[in-house]
Design a protein around this ligand. Structure first.
Ligand SMILES: Nc1ncnc2c1ncn2[C@@H]1O[C@H](COP(=O)(O)OP(=O)(O)OP(=O)(O)O)[C@@H](O)[C@H]1O
Length: 270
């Protein structure tokens, strides 16, 4: 990772109406850094990364993304700034959002041709290289509905990479997948990390976060409750809240017990 800060989040607060999603969140992301954001459901993880590429506006604080300073409030940046951010910051969602009427190859070449005006031949060549990278070059002419969820998600990754982004945001990219398909998507993300891509990744895959991320951020109770080097945070969390969260997610037996207690109407006191 370099010293260059490519995303600077300062005292950020986000509300939906009167509901506070998170407040006073600060985080710097350096070029080539891999930041995993973990935490209980509803903590605001997805909303935070959606603020980074301005899918959501924010209410207080400041946010710098690459060379763009984004303002608070509902005032949107100019179309030119927005386009620049969306081109240089790629995003992969939980759901794969591929165009069903286009082949895999057509899905990947669409934005480079339409948005970046890349000549078709060059776009195809680049797309084939990306599909090769995610292990799908033999599936270039297939349609999404004939592919597994893991394959579709890898196409979504290739499609985002086709815009040659400098930063990639991943919003729980494996949470819709059957367990046996999770590994192939995580492998593709790990390859990106090894190649020096800057990554912000919302995930529930703690082992992956520990192995691949430089930094882990734990969000809970509307704020960041811990952040630091991944092993340190995940193996020796300092705050009781982080310890309780990690105990629950890292110990499935405990989680099952909790679920059982909740199902029979106990366990509310924890
Ligand atoms: N567009 C929206 N309008 C209103 N409320 C929203 C919107 N998007 C998210 N929220 C609310 O904001 C809170 C945080 O949601 P968010 O999806 O960011 O959490 P999360 O930590 O990513 O959770 P999960 O792990 O379950 O995806 C939740 O209470 C959610 O209901």
């Amino acid at each position: 990772m370099s010293n260059e800060v490519v995303v600077s989040i300062r005292n950020l607060t986000k509300r939906f109406g009167k509901t506070v999603v998170f407040e006073d969140v600060s985080l710097d992301v350096h070029r080539s850094e891999v930041v995993a954001i973990v935490g209980p459901s509803g903590a605001g993880k997805s909303t935070l990364i959606r603020c980074v590429n301005r899918l959501h506006p924010f209410d207080e604080g400041s946010l710098q993304v690459l060379n763009h300073q984004l303002n608070k409030g509902s005032q949107f940046p100019s179309k030119q700034v927005l386009n620049d951010i969306r081109t240089r910051v790629g995003m992969v969602f939980q759901t794969f959002n591929l165009f069903p009427h286009l082949s895999v190859l057509e899905n990947v070449i669409l934005a480079p041709i339409e948005v970046k005006k890349v000549p078709r031949k060059q776009a195809i060549q680049q797309a084939m290289e990306l599909l090769d990278m995610v292990g799908l070059s033999e599936h270039a002419n297939k349609y999404p509905k004939r592919m597994s969820g893991g394959q579709q998600q890898r196409v979504a990754i290739a499609r985002a990479l086709a815009m040659e982004p400098e930063i990639m945001l991943f919003d729980e990219p494996t949470s819709m997948l059957d367990p046996e398909l999770v590994g192939e998507v995580l492998d593709a993300i790990q390859r990106l990390a090894k190649d020096g891509m800057t990554l912000m990744l919302v995930t529930h895959e703690m082992q992956f976060a520990k192995e691949v991320a430089d930094t882990v951020v734990i969000m809970a109770d509307h704020r960041i409750i811990e952040k630091g080097p991944s092993r340190e945070v995940l193996e020796n969390p300092r705050t009781g809240r982080a310890q309780a969260f990690l105990k629950r997610v890292l110990n499935p037996v405990h989680a099952t017990e909790l679920e059982r207690e909740v199902a029979v109407g106990h366990g509310g006191g924890r």
